[in-house]
Design a protein around this ligand. Structure first.
Ligand SMILES: [Zn+2]
Length: 147
């Protein structure tokens, strides 16, 4: 397997991938993306801690909002040629943060609903060897209606 994460240190790969957050050792606030340690300070204004530990985040969350990306985003997004619109979901995790990501291959905004449960998956970005995380509906809307 030669595929590697498009961004090192943001998520794990494998059958049960997780996003990697940073938890402040002073106030336990958790951040994603994990850029607090590099910044050197905690964003909690009442906390003066400068140390963070890496923590795996919940694999499942609920859709907080979603949209279609009809225009090519700026780098580091690597756009295919020609640009193909994709869906983005903002997912609220139990840790209390909202993480924006693309929606899993084969799914679009028509498959999403606010409050729906989604799970983290890791998939190749376009036809490259680079892996990115995406959000995949746990239960498809059609199936849910049958239950
Ligand atoms: Zn803190």
């Amino acid at each position: 397997m030669t595929a590697t994460p498009a961004i090192e240190g943001w998520f794990t790969v494998g059958d049960a991938p997780t996003l990697l957050g940073e938890r402040c050792t002073g106030c336990a606030t958790t951040y994603f993306p994990p850029t607090a340690a590099a910044a050197g300070f905690c964003r909690n204004p009442g906390c003066d801690s400068e140390t963070f530990e890496q923590v795996p985040l919940s694999r499942r969350g609920t859709v907080w909002s979603y949209t279609d990306a009809q225009y090519q985003p700026p780098p580091p997004y690597q756009a295919p040629e020609p640009f193909v619109p994709f869906a983005l979901a903002a997912v609220e995790l139990p840790e209390g943060m909202v993480v924006v990501g693309q929606v899993a291959q084969g799914y679009g905004t028509g498959d999403l609903r606010v409050g729906q449960e989604v799970e983290l998956v890791v998939e190749p970005e376009h036809a490259s060897e680079q892996l990115i995380y995406r959000w995949k509906p746990v239960v498809e809307l059609g199936e849910e209606a049958d239950q």
